[in-house]
Design a protein around this ligand. Structure first.
Ligand code: NAD
Length: 403
């Protein structure tokens, strides 16, 4: 176990919400003293109780008698320390601070500026941003070489993947050290450039966007699309997944990547254009499971009651007239995006395959899928059959080059 003997010392976590609490739990379990800060005192309390629940779940799997289990949990909770200011985080002299606060560039820049000013240059500063520029966050500091992205997935204590993002000025040795640390915490790491959506949120964009486009075009119902995708070995269909994640969260991620791609001058940024269907649902506060209805309706136990009226097909049976190429459209668009991601120098094919399997539960990675489909020539030919159906199907230059 790491901890006192580790040169990292303690770990700071900024933001005690869903992700911050999960990351703090991970660090505690890795043996570190953790100092947890949030601007909202109630959030720290909620974070602490979320960490307790997470630890209880872990203890439940250790086959301990109730007394030993409680001692195990209390022992770990004893390593968790509250901080009500960033200065108090710095006073604990953490060797690593992970920021998981509000997804807002100005807020994150202010946090990094202050941490950078207060912490010795040896401390590593990481952001868990989903879609903001790590380079822009690092630029608020006087030591951008020690700033990087560590992108965890929800729930952080359970999901095995961490994307390690070296920004423009990140010292490669710092990225290596952070990656080694994550591996020591039990994670699998992949390397990504500082680019919109990093690996998973970018390459997996068509999973929801193409499904929404199929729905909008009247090619199939949500149930047919979900069944086709699940039939391929995905644990959830796109509409089930959006309902679980929260349609507001999914829409915010879509906007984040779309806007950053546009700002970066990506000529095909429109392929990330968020769906008006999601916008309509968010405006109606129909956000998915958390509000009892999204694409599907749910009873108070969480059981699915079927599609909400807006998505219930009228006048014909669910499977009538469904496009037989649903799965092909979604997976081809993902494979194409994977080639584009490699071509843009964001990540390697093997890291992309690993990231999509571990971060988005794909049954096979996009490059493994391309091989199963018959390799680049077959993928290119299939994309040709969908030419004219939008920028998601415009073949990536790297795919053309591979043929
Ligand atoms: P959340 O809303 O659950 O928690 C955010 C917390 O940050 C809140 O408790 C809030 O009080 C606190 N906060 C706001 N401003 C702060 C400040 N200036 N200093 C300290 N704390 C502040 O959000 P979340 O889902 O935990 O997301 C946190 C970050 O992680 C975001 O950048 C998000 O994009 C990213 N992220 C989220 C997920 C996910 O699935 N939820 C996955 C990966 C990354």
């Amino acid at each position: 176990m790491a901890g006192a003997a580790d040169p990292l010392g303690s770990v700071g976590v900024v933001g005690a919400g869903t992700m911050g609490a999960g990351i703090a739990q991970l660090a505690i379990e890795a043996g570190y003293e953790v100092v947890l800060f949030d601007v909202n005192l109630a959030a720290i309390e909620r974070g602490r109780s979320r960490i307790r629940t997470g630890l209880e779940r872990r203890a439940g799997r250790l086959d301990l008698d109730p007394e030993s289990a409680e001692a195990w949990i209390e022992g770990r909770l004893g390593r968790l320390h509250d901080a009500t200011t960033l200065a108090a985080v710095a006073d604990a002299a953490p060797g690593l601070v992970v920021e998981a606060a509000l997804e807002d560039l100005d807020a994150k820049r202010a946090i990094f500026r202050e941490l950078d000013a207060r912490l010795p240059a040896s401390a590593i500063l990481a952001t868990n941003t989903s879609a903001l520029s790590v380079t822009a966050i690092a630029a608020a500091t006087a030591h951008p070489a020690r700033v990087l992205g560590l992108h965890f997935f929800n729930p952080a204590p359970v999901m095995p993947l961490v994307e390690v993002i070296a920004a423009g000025a990140t010292d490669p040795a710092i990225a290596d050290r952070a990656s080694a640390l994550m591996i020591a915490w039990g994670k699998v790491t992949v390397r990504s450039a500082d680019s919109p959506g990093f690996i998973v949120n970018r390459v997996n964009r068509p999973f929801t966007l193409e499904a929404l486009a199929i729905l909008a075009a009247g090619r199939a119902t949500i149930e047919t699309i979900d069944a086709a995708v699940r039939g391929d070995g995905f644990p959830l269909g796109p509409f089930e997944l959006m309902d679980l994640t929260g349609i507001d969260i999914s829409l915010a991620a879509a906007f984040g990547i779309f806007e950053r791609s546009r700002a970066d001058g990506d000529p095909l940024a429109d392929r990330f254009h968020p769906s008006p269907i999601q916008e309509r649902l968010v405006a109606a506060a129909q956000l998915g499971r958390k509000t009892g209805a999204g694409f599907y309706a749910y009873d108070e136990t969480g059981a699915t009651l079927g599609p909400t009226p807006e998505f219930t097909p009228r006048g014909r049976s669910t499977h009538d007239g469904a496009d037989p190429r649903i799965l092909e459209r979604i997976t081809l668009a993902i494979v194409n995006e994977a080639y584009r991601t490699v071509g843009d120098g964001v990540a390697s094919p093997s890291d992309i395959d690993l990231a999509l399997r571990l971060g988005a539960s794909h049954p096979v990675g996009p490059f493994q899928r391309a091989a199963l489909l018959g390799g680049p020539p077959a993928v290119l030919a299939s994309l040709g059959g969908l030419a004219g159906d939008g920028p998601r199907f415009v073949p990536a230059p790297g795919l053309r080059a591979a043929v």
